[in-house]
Design a protein. Structure first.
Lengths: 325, 303
């Protein structure tokens, strides 16, 4: 049961900042700065964090749509980072992606049929007739009608387009689906439909998800375990029940306190974070969060806390939980 | 209970109605619809079509041969015999204008086709691969654009020797950077679209992405630019002909006809008027059609 499908070790992605006439490198943006996690087969790992914390970059690095600077990615027993371009393209059959913007991620000049069929053509699956039949089946699976196949993407609503994007990801029968904020561009009323669809598909096809979002309630709904990212680092990762009931990292606590609760009587103490997120091109020394942390100590300013297991299955990167303390 | 909503039923894959397809409009069909509504564009298209028909059927509709001389009938005014009059060799101007359409359209079309193919290829290479490839190609375009185009064409013809074919080559060459820059910028913007990222995520190779996603999404502006460029090419061909660097006598090229008759402009104005009118009308037709196409195909105009 708890077989690891994907394991990421110390993943880093630095984007160079070029400046001057000669285009020399004058600095770098540390979009991901040492992230490690794993995903078990059949589970959903949620990845949350605010804009610019590197969660999308992490998702794209896994598929090597963005080449990671450092670190290892092991998928299904294979080391992904050392694959050649050709092998990597084959590998992508098992790892598919659902994108955030359902309007931009579908080619406006292609019919729905062509969009969903394309991954099967690329990976040389079946004959033309078999593929066309499968396209129609997939459309039904994601809750659209098979006669939609000849339409163009612009003739659908956002939620329907996202279903098309999901059908495309499913076409090649992948093992892992990386969902990069799949519902954040949708209306709230549509969000839950798409989330339920994703859950149903997971049960039906035994899928594994990496679910990236900035909305804690969305992530809670769908994830088995949740990782919280801040400024290119994972600060906390555990089962979603534990995370929501017993958050350890001060950043997680602040985030959770900001989630509105539908009870007018309930008085919640909000932890308001002061200041802005520091620039990832010049992250603070020590713990990246110490500039805004309400519980910062001296050690936080100089030493970046390690990301370790505090309780069983509950990882946190914070000096509050240092063993010698 | 009757169904309130006229929703189509979901059909199982083995159901006979499963393959039933509804008619939907493709982006091209939509473009055609909006093009049809544009009266000016249709006018342009009709003019262009008339000239094309004229060129194709020249042998049948021209009342006289294009080089049929009758020195007794020099510089005759328009009459029922010669609708557009005759020139200084007694040749029927209407017939020469009709045959001239063949030359002008031929030069315009093939010069633009050549520059569009070469320019697009260079533009795609520059845009998709970037870096030093882009730098080299773009700088060459810049240098070519820095010359006045007619001067560049004259230089090319001077090297190759004056003839209609060389004029065509010269016009093709000077138009390459226009297409190259257009396609390059288009590729640069399409390349950043999320569906290109998703194509990569599917596992598609660069070549396939280029030809099945990037190029089809760049074709509309190429068509628009192509139509407008035909108009310019026709003018350039006429200009080269006028300067004696393009078509050689006795070819009935419009620009050449202007040049040959300009000394009679006072005594026999029809000798210059009709070839000039023909140039103006074709260019106008292509420009109107090109503008209409731009309005119809521009993705920013769509909802």
């Amino acid at each position: 049961m708890t077989e690891k499908l994907l394991e990421v070790q110390d993943l880093k992605k630095y984007f160079p900042i070029k400046g001057g006439i000669l285009g020399r490198q004058v600095g770098q943006v540390k979009a991901i700065n040492g992230v490690s996690f794993y995903i078990n087969k059949g589970e959903t790992l949620g990845l949350v964090g605010e804009s610019g914390c590197g969660k999308s970059t992490t998702g794209r690095s896994l598929l090597r749509l963005i080449e990671p600077t450092e670190g290892t990615i092991t998928f299904d027993g294979k080391e992904v980072t050392s694959l050649s371009g050709r092998e990597m393209r084959k590998m992508r059959r098992d790892m598919q992606m659902v994108f955030q913007d359902p309007f931009a991620s579908l080619n406006p000049r292609h019919t729905v049929e062509r969009i969903i069929e394309e991954p099967m053509i690329v990976h040389k699956m079946g004959t033309s007739a078999e593929r066309k039949k499968r396209v129609r089946e997939l459309l039904e699976v994601v809750g659209l009608n098979s006669y939609h196949a000849k339409r163009y993407a612009h003739q659908f609503s956002g939620g329907q387009r996202q279903r098309i994007g999901i059908a495309r990801a499913l076409a090649v029968k992948p093992k892992l689906i990386i969902a990069d904020e799949p519902v954040s561009a949708l209306d709230v009323s549509i969000q839950s439909q798409v989330l339920n669809l994703l859950e149903d598909l997971q049960n039906e096809f035994n899928l594994t998800y990496l679910f990236i979002a900035h909305d804690l309630s969305v992530v809670k709904h769908i994830s088995d375990r949740v990782g919280v990212m801040y400024l290119g680092q994972l600060v906390e990762l555990t089962e979603s029940d534990k995370l929501y009931a017993n958050p350890k990292h001060p950043y997680t606590r602040a985030l959770l306190s900001a989630v509105p609760i539908a009870d007018p009587e309930f008085e919640q103490e909000r932890i308001v974070l002061r200041g802005d997120v520091p620039s990832p091109s010049n992250p603070p020394k020590g713990c990246p969060f110490h500039t805004r942390c309400p519980e910062a100590m001296d050690i936080c300013k100089s030493v970046n806390p390690a990301f370790r297991e505090d309780d069983e299955g509950h990882y946190v990167a914070c000096h509050l939980y240092d063993e010698d303390k | 209970m009757p169904e309130l909503a006229p929703e189509k039923q979901k059909l199982p894959p083995d159901h006979p109605g499963f393959e039933v397809e509804e008619k939907v409009s493709s982006p091209w069909l939509e473009a055609w619809k909006s093009f049809k509504k544009n009266k000016l564009a249709i006018t342009g298209a009709v003019i262009v079509l008339l000239f094309i028909l004229m060129a194709l059927l020249a042998d049948f509709i021209a009342p006289y041969g294009m080089n049929e001389q009758s020195l007794a009938d020099k510089n005759l005014a328009p009459s029922s015999e010669h609708w557009f009059g005759t020139d200084d060799f007694g040749r029927d101007i209407l017939s020469r204008v009709i045959f001239g359409a063949r030359i002008s359209l031929w030069v315009g079309f093939f010069a633009v086709l050549g520059s569009a193919v070469v320019g697009s290829l260079l533009g795609i290479i520059a845009g998709y691969f970037g870096r030093w490839v882009d730098t080299i190609i773009s700088r060459i375009f810049d240098i070519m654009l820095a010359f006045p185009s007619i001067l560049l064409a004259i230089a090319v013809v001077a090297v190759l020797g004056p003839s209609l074919r060389n004029a065509l080559i010269a016009i093709a060459i000077i138009n390459i950077p226009n297409f190259g820059r257009l396609v390059r910028s288009r590729v640069l913007s399409v390349k950043e679209e999320e569906y290109i990222m998703s194509a990569k995520a599917i596992g598609m190779s660069n070549g396939r992405i280029l030809f099945s996603h990037v190029l089809p999404n760049s074709i509309a502006p190429i068509i628009v630019q192509g139509t407008l460029a035909i108009a310019t090419a026709i003018i350039e061909a006429a200009a080269l002909g006028f300067l004696g660097l393009g078509a050689q006598p006795p070819q009935p090229e419009w620009g050449k006809m202007l040049a040959d008759s300009r000394q009679y402009i006072i005594q026999a104005p029809w000798t210059v008027f009709f070839p000039g009118l023909a140039i103006m009308l074709t260019v106008l037709g292509f420009n109107l059609m090109g503008d209409g196409l731009r309005d119809a195909l521009d993705p920013r105009m769509k909802n």
